[in-house]
Design a protein around this ligand. Structure first.
Ligand code: ADP
Ligand code: MG
Length: 806
């Protein structure tokens, strides 16, 4: 005969530190379906312990325990979880309901845990609530019910699992006699197709229904008496088909097309042929064969979400902690970035005249010249302010000298000037310029003082000794006139390191670019096979007086390379090479110039002939064809230099090589920049760790109040995986809500809807990547906390946690 539960010589010991006490010892017991068993005995006799071992909540140390014919000696935690879930419905003296859930939700919880499909849950929950006469309270929170009502809900919850064994420890212990009677009656009503085991010290309450009475004393069974025939004694065959229906169903399913699980079971019950429960009038639709199903992901999600919100105090506390952590991490991170950034900007640089942090110097990765469509798409990029197409000019410092005021600084094309002149107007001709000065500029005060008197001042534009063009080289022949001045305010957001910015017409700027190319190329002159190289100086010059295709060379060159100076009519090869292009052309030597004909041939002064002897002169159109091959380098000015990291990334993926001006700075900290940086990073990391532990401690403290909830879930049959997931969802949802809140807050500040300038200034340093990193950090923190907490509650048995909380 196969029994539902069989114990052979089972003993249970409790060991606490150095004392071992006996829960019960050497118990031999068989329990069958249909029985209504009452265990009585004085306090401390081992009743509860026995019940807990039977229901798989506690382990045993000795003997053998068979459940549904299965040996449990090799059971691991997961096997016990499965066992509890499939077979056991627990009812406790103190009800163990989830107080913050409604009656409906408590019953639903047990169905969710046993993996019942949602449609079945909806259909059956009202029936179970009806069975225990609690329909009127369906939507009432468990905390608002009386003890008797709670216990009836607990019974409905145990039934809802559809477990064949109902185990109740002092179910009426906390109830008045009227409620107790009702609970007993209810338990009896549901016992017909189940095994009900009740522990009580008030035997009288149970007496009318009992089929078997077991009395315990001092950890042993001293009496085991059948009182009346059990309602549902099953034959061996019936028992077998009841306990192992899966195999049976598999055989049937192999023969039949699939249909819905529940329908199948009903059909099976009706046509099962084995006469299950024959001879008993009512077929109980609830007492179906136990089936083990996994809790669905949807149920886990629903519980996680429900738990997040259903305890308002806990919700607000957790929210505050998470908000605090998120905001603190964000603010620490931003202020570190801010500090590092201002460190970065403290350097200086010897190569570039315009060292505004907004400037990015671009070349194309494939080395080609910029096209119109390149400029169009660059201009459309996020954070693009303006683009200086050929940017060599802005590093070619120029110098104005006059009696009143000397001015020098980088040169810009006037099309890139955004401001309107404070004094005067914009240039209309190539011989007109506008000066732009910011308050940091060395001659700002002087210019301001001169006011309108500066207009009309005439200057030669001479190159400062920088990049390529030799210092003192006259960039355009005629004097230029100052026609306008822009005096920038302090918050204009741009400056040029104390220089005056000189805006010339785009045409002049373009000419200076070509000149820069000519000056920075390595030029090889090939006089009938004799080559001479020139670099770092300009040797090829344009002159309108030279015919296309011809070159004028000096007398010195003619005598150096040709016998008797007979150079005219011969061919001179010109080879030009620079960073960006290479070009070779042949020219016919048209004239040889010398001191007495240099004025008539080239319009140059005879007195300076010595300076010109290594120069060669070609027609401006030839000169342009060779040196004006387009822009190979441009400067991209950002609206907000703080976003430079993401802008650089975007430019790089668009096919540009990017030079960040501040990266070219010579360290102004005298070599300590790296150490300062490391120090900031370490400090930030430490701050994060401290924040993590503070929030971890606080969150765990808050989650401690959830211990009883999670032990209830386990007692109802939740696996560790289930509770882990539910916990994770709860914490991740909290995190997402606070993260979203902080994101909305920072957005409001960034957009100036909420005006907190100090915060806004800091937030400007955070990029999308930073926000993402923060998100990942919080995610990891939440998962770690979930893991630690779950480890903590699962390191003890469900009962132990439950007892500690009760
Ligand atoms: P009953 O339910 O019949 O009152 P219990 O099963 O609770 O009795 O207790 C049986 C024996 O086991 C008692 O001697 C009790 O002291 C001991 N016991 C019960 N629970 C624990 C425990 N968690 N730790 C140590 N001893 C325990
Ligand atoms: Mg007890």
């Amino acid at each position: 005969m196969s029994h539902m539960i069989e114990l052979h010589n089972v003993s249970k010991f409790y060991s606490n530190k150095d004392t071992v006490s006996t829960g019960f010892s050497k118990v031999d017991l068989n329990l069958d379906m249909g029985e209504f068993v009452v265990i009585t005995g004085e306090s401390g006799s081992g009743k509860s312990t026995l019940l807990n071992v039977i229901s798989g909540l506690d382990s045993y140390e000795e003997g053998e325990l068979f459940i549904a014919g299965e040996d449990t000696s090799g059971y691991r935690t997961e096997d016990y979880e499965r066992y509890r879930k499939k077979y056991i419905g627990n009812i406790f003296q103190d009800f163990n309901l989830v107080n913050s859930y409604t009656v409906y939700q408590n019953v639903e919880l047990s169905m969710m845990l046993s993996g019942m499909p949602r449609s079945e849950q909806k259909q059956n929950i009202p029936e179970y609530i009806e069975m225990v006469d609690m329909t009127a309270y369906t939507k009432t929170k468990a905390s608002k019910l009386s003890g008797g009502q709670k216990q009836r809900v607990a019974i409905a919850r145990a039934l809802a699992k559809n477990a064949p064994v109902i185990v109740a420890d002092e179910p009426t212990g906390n109830l008045d006699s009227a409620s107790a009677e009702k609970v007993m009656e209810t338990l009896h009503r549901i016992s017909k197709d189940r095994l009900v085991v009740i522990v009580t010290h008030n035997y009288e309450q149970a007496a009318p229904y009992v089929t078997r009475k077991i009395t315990m004393h001092d950890g042993r069974i001293i009496e085991d008496k059948k009182i009346q025939p059990a309602a549902g004694d099953l034959s061996d065959d019936e028992m077998e088909s009841y306990l192992h229906p899966e195999e049976e169903r598999k055989e049937k399913e192999a023969a039949k097309p699939r249909s819905g699980g529940r329908a199948m079971r009903n059909e099976e019950a009706e046509t099962g042929g084995k006469g299950r429960r024959k001879g008993r009038g009512r077929r109980n639709p609830f007492a179906e064969a136990p089936v083990y199903r996994k809790m669905s992901a949807g149920s886990q999600l629903r519980l996680g979400v429900r738990n997040t919100f259903n305890l308002p105090a806990k919700f607000i506390l957790l929210l505050l902690v998470y908000l605090f952590v998120t905001a603190a991490v964000l603010s620490q991170y931003a202020s570190t970035k801010q500090a590092l950034h201002s460190n970065d900007l403290m350097g200086y640089n010897n190569y570039f005249t315009d060292t505004s942090p907004e400037r990015l110097i671009l070349t194309k990765k494939d080395g080609s010249a910029f096209t119109t469509s390149d400029y169009e798409s660059l201009q459309k990029m996020d954070n693009a302010d303006y683009i200086i197409k050929g940017d060599a000019g802005i590093d070619t410092g120029i110098m104005f000298e006059s009696d009143d005021i000397d001015i020098s600084g980088p040169m810009y094309p006037v099309s890139c000037l955004k401001e309107k002149p404070t004094i005067g107007r914009l240039p209309k001709k190539d011989t007109e310029v506008v000066l732009v000065a910011d308050p940091e500029c060395y001659s700002y005060d002087a210019i301001k003082e001169m006011d309108k008197k500066i207009l009309g001042k005439k200057y030669y534009i001479d190159a400062l000794n920088s990049m390529a063009i030799q210092g003192g080289d006259r960039l355009i022949k005629d004097k230029v006139t100052v026609v306008g001045v822009v005096l920038l305010s302090e918050d204009a957001g741009r400056s040029s390191n104390g220089n005056v910015m000189i805006y010339v017409t785009d045409n002049v700027a373009a000419r200076v670019l070509v000149k820069t190319a000519a000056a920075s190329s390595t030029v090889t002159l090939d006089f009938s096979g004799t080559k001479s190289d020139y670099s770092g100086m300009q040797v090829v010059y344009p002159s309108k007086k030279v015919t296309k295709g011809e070159v004028y060379i000096s007398e010195d060159q003619a005598y150096q390379f040709y016998e008797e100076g007979a150079a005219r009519g011969k061919t001179m090869g010109l080879h030009v090479k620079n960073h960006y292009f290479e070009e070779s052309r042949d020219f016919r030597i048209g004239q040889v110039f010398k001191a007495d004909n240099i004025r008539s041939l080239l319009g140059l002064s005879k007195n300076n002939y010595d300076e010109y002897t290594s120069n060669v002169y070609i027609n401006p159109s030839d000169y342009n064809k060779i040196f004006n091959q387009g822009n190979f380098q441009s400067s991209f000015f950002m609206k907000d230099e703080k976003l430079s990291d993401s802008t650089v990334k975007a430019l790089e993926s668009a096919g540009y090589k990017v030079l960040v001006i501040k990266d070219t700075f010579t360290d102004a900290t005298g070599g300590y920049a790296f150490i300062l940086r490391m120090f900031s990073m370490v400090r930030l990391a430490l701050e994060f760790i401290v924040l993590f532990f503070i929030s971890y401690a606080v969150i765990r403290l808050i989650m401690r109040s959830r211990n009883s909830y999670y032990s209830t879930l386990r007692i109802l049959g939740a696996s560790r995986k289930n509770t882990d997931n539910i916990l994770r969802i709860e914490l991740l949802l909290m995190m997402a809500i606070s993260y979203g809140g902080v994101l909305v807050g920072s957005n409001l500040v960034r957009r100036g809807i909420v005006a907190v300038p100090a915060v806004n200034e800091r937030l400007a340093f955070l990029s999308a990547t930073d926000y993402f990193i923060l998100f990942v950090g919080l995610l990891v923190m939440s998962l770690l906390i979930a893991k630690r907490y779950s480890h903590k509650i699962f390191s003890k048995s469900a009962m132990k946690v439950y007892r500690e909380e009760a």
